[in-house]
Design a protein around this ligand. Structure first.
Ligand SMILES: Cc1ncc(COP(=O)(O)O)c(C=O)c1O
Length: 374
């Protein structure tokens, strides 16, 4: 129950034991092409998608290095640690990065973006984290946010690392320009790969760049992808694992897979409310994939997380940055089941009780069953 990597299906482990093949051969080209088609279905796009051999942070680096160059005006909305990292990544490529600070207990809204774009003229690129994994807040209305960016002539680059596969997605209809996602989160795939999707508008900017990165040059990725290849050696083993994970998603049904994240989070939020524990983000921003629980006064998150891991075998994240020491972050991503949610709540209650609380886990078991059976 980490905020990623999550557990992966058994068949993904098995697939990763397959023989390596020539990445310049027909077999790889066919396999890679159909893998990208599966990703396109999940992202909801007919535009270009690339699978990069690097973790999601590499995908972030790839995105910013392909659309930001010296002198570009960048507006970064920051509502947590991953927003901070996004802005920092952009600063390497342009010194003109303006940060719009958003309170960490919520996500950026359409109003924030509209205001930011009216107070900062001639913005070239907007950076926004869809699901802030450090705080458990989800930005909704991406379509409207993208509309604001388009009207202002700015590209929208979205960190969808912990939202893709966990919320309904339609890259083309939403009007996102560049999307970055991870494989080890809501897709229940192996860690070590990044997914990027590129819009037509983003291509105009990419093609106009005066300088290009080497490893992440998207024009090179497009050229090689046109024949089903990658410019450099791909992590074929991880591609196999991801392919098997995506098959599991389609067997489950993409809509059902995504909706389980919503129902799973609902089960967590209702149960935690019933137990009297405090959720960090404001109600309308609560993420369907990351459950951020504030620790009661005097209880340290690491103590609780250690007990959950050691005694119950349930691994969760703790508070980071401003929330260091004060928050348990439960990843409800990928294979969301009633059993996993119940095990997490049982472990959380047990650990908090060892820290002096008196919580009755059995009082919420029924809530989980009910939410997940819907
Ligand atoms: C929102 C967000 N962005 C970026 C990252 C970085 O991903 P990775 O660790 O795969 O580089 C994470 C990882 O947790 C994340 O949650």
């Amino acid at each position: 129950m980490l905020p990623g990597p999550t557990d992966i299906p058994e068949e993904s482990y098995r697939a990763m034991g397959s023989l390596l093949i020539n990445h310049r051969g027909r077999e790889f080209r066919e396999f890679h092409t159909q893998l990208i088609e599966k990703l396109k279905k999940i992202i909801g796009t007919k535009q270009d998608v690339f699978l990069l051999t690097c973790s999601a942070t590499g995908g972030i680096e790839a995105a910013v290095s392909n659309v930001i160059e010296d002198g570009d005006r960048v507006l970064a909305f920051v509502a947590g640690q991953f927003g901070e990292r996004f802005a920092a990544a952009a600063r390497y490529y342009s010194e003109n990065v303006v940060v719009v600070e958003i309170p960490w207990n919520r996500a950026p809204t359409v109003e924030d973006v509209r205001k930011g774009l009216s107070e900062n003229r001639d913005v070239d690129v907007v950076l926004l984290v869809h699901n802030e994994t450090s705080t458990g807040a989800l930005a909704s209305n991406i379509e409207e946010i993208a509309g604001e960016c388009r009207r202002a002539g700015a590209l929208l680059v979205l960190d969808a690392v912990t939202s893709l596969g966990g919320v309904p997605f339609s890259f083309d209809e939403m009007g996102i320009d560049l999307l970055v996602a991870g494989t080890q989160k809501c897709l229940a795939g192996p860690p070590g790969l990044a997914i990027v999707a590129v819009s037509k508008r983003a291509w105009e900017k990419i093609e106009s760049l005066k300088k290009r990165p080497t490893y992440f040059d998207f024009t090179l990725h497009r050229e090689f992808m046109s024949r089903g290849e990658t410019p450099y050696t791909p992590a074929v083993t991880l591609f196999y694992g991801l392919d098997a994970s995506l098959d599991r998603i389609f067997e489950t049904g993409l809509n059902e897979w995504v909706d389980r994240h919503r129902r799973g989070a609902q089960a967590f939020y209702s149960s935690l409310g019933e137990l009297g524990l405090e959720i960090y983000p404001l109600p309308e921003f609560r993420s369907p994939t990351l459950i951020a629980v504030k620790m009661p006064e005097g209880i340290r998150d690491v103590d609780v997380a250690n007990i959950m891991a050691e005694k119950y075998g349930v691994h969760v994240g703790v508070g980071v940055a401003r929330m260091k020491g004060r928050m348990i972050r439960i990843g409800s991503m990928g294979m969301v089941t009633a059993e996993r949610i119940k095990a997490s709540l049982r472990a959380l209650c047990g650990a908090l009780n060892e820290q002096g609380m008196r919580l009755d886990y059995t009082s919420v078991e029924g809530i989980v069953e009910e939410s997940l059976s819907k």
